[in-house]
Design a protein around this ligand. Sequence first.
Ligand code: SF4
Ligand code: SF4
Length: 394
Amino acid sequence: MNTDFLIKEADRCVKCGLCLPHCPTYQLARDEAESPRGRIALIEGWVSGDLDADHSLLKHLDHCLLCRRCEDACPSAVNYTALMDAARASLPRTAPRWLPDTLADRGRQRMAMKLATAAVKFGMQAWFPSVVIRRLLSVAASIHDVEPRFRIILKNRYAATGVVKGEVALFTGCMGEMVDMPAIEAAIKIITASGYVVSVPPSQQCCGAMHAHAGDQQRAAELKRVNLTAFAKKGYDALITLSSGCGSYLADIPELDCPVMDAGAFIQQNGGIMELPLTEVRRKVAIFLPCTLAAMGQQKQVMALLQNLPGAELLELQGMGCCGGAGLHLITQQHTGEQLVKPLIDQLAASQAGIVATTNSGCALQLQLAAKKAGLVISVVHPLELVAEQLVKT
Ligand code: SF4
Ligand code: SF4
């Protein structure tokens, strides 16, 4: 246990409570133990030996979404994410330890999809006693419904069109080729059309965020080493992500020597879409800007990019700070997730927007599942997919 770090970081908290109104789990439960300040106090109590790591303590720590809303509000600059990651690494977990590797490993993803399809087809989900496995199967089956894509083989490098302005690396992520392929294709199309070479190093691996946040620091460190070899010291102008969950985690790795940027934010920061030949969208588009994009500090750029989409009628969905699809929470905290996503689904239903643009694949999945349950027919896309759809073929 890294006791010194836990004590030092927890000590920074002056217990002012300014973070409480920003915390989604506190907003739901109105319980101090479900707040950032309360969780820090629980960690302090456990480190000092005053509290046991019993089920109640572990549950309150595991409920944290790691949305980082509390970090933005904190006057003492508590590094809450690092504190929670370190605490979880030292404590038993209430969620199964095999889950991050199952979600991050492409072979296991395919197996889960096949099992899910068969389980749904033959009505076998109820045969599995574990709630987590049942939820995993139903999420996997819904991905299979929406995104039956293991089809495109990515090249290692895509040339820029026109005058070359630079070169970026594209981070596809462990789940990118399963849930984000349309976004990957759109990003390559728009970034190359904007004058940048796009490299897709084949040796890249999962970012490791799910492992780190689940307390598996050893696996997170292994993945970090592989990704540093793929992306660091290569002279890239940026490392581009299509899932801000991965982006916010990678942006905190100091050894990565290029800026980590959401694909849409990068385009907006480097000339925008005004010069691209685009047709009018002519529809209502709901926007959900995830907590992870806020953690990257790139919400304004993504919003500005969408505001420049010709003919789009935009509506920004306002929630409780997190949609509830936060990493493993999508699988392990279904009930809390449904409460957190409800205000977003209510706004979507009232707006009658048939499309939602968001920058994180976990949020996209969460919104898709919740909309389907509410009987709404919507598609959820990355902002660059909207741009790519409007690009006039030349
Ligand atoms: S990271 Fe999010 S859920 Fe966790 S304590 Fe902070 S605000 Fe609350
Ligand atoms: S805002 Fe920061 S210092 Fe204040 S209670 Fe929350 S974590 Fe502690």
